[in-house]
Ligand binder design. Sequence first.
Ligand code: DQA
Length: 144
Amino acid sequence: KRILVLHGPNLNLLGVREPGVYGSTTLEGINSALSALARELEVELKTLQSNSEGALVDAIQEAMGDCQGILINPAAYTHTSVAIRDAVAATALPTVEVHLSNIHAREAFRTHSYLAPIAVGQICGFGPESYLLGLRALVSVLEK
Ligand code: DQA
């Protein structure tokens, strides 16, 4: 099975960006932990980070027929993007939403996610571990 892993805007700055909120792990660190877990779970990952909403929409569309599920941290686009939600809905692929921080414990504008109602579920607040929990959750959905 192949899974599309998407990281939204500013996540390329992990490790440097607001370490008090997002911790010191870099995106490379998260991606290598995900790769190790993917080997263990016997799934293949296709990974992309983009700061651009359109590039994320393109990658989601390209997952149709190529991947069986999507693991996504839409970052700030979580709270703004109808386009990303519509693209995910169009693929009809099981999608798990993850966040490093607990978006429900921060500013009010972060508590709303356009994606959450069409995702299988949302995992947030566990730092980089959110991604690993999300990958496990998605693989268990795909195995059902
Ligand atoms: C984030 C939370 C978002 O509110 C924020 O815009 C991000 C990162 C997280 O992983 O905690 O960029 O998605």
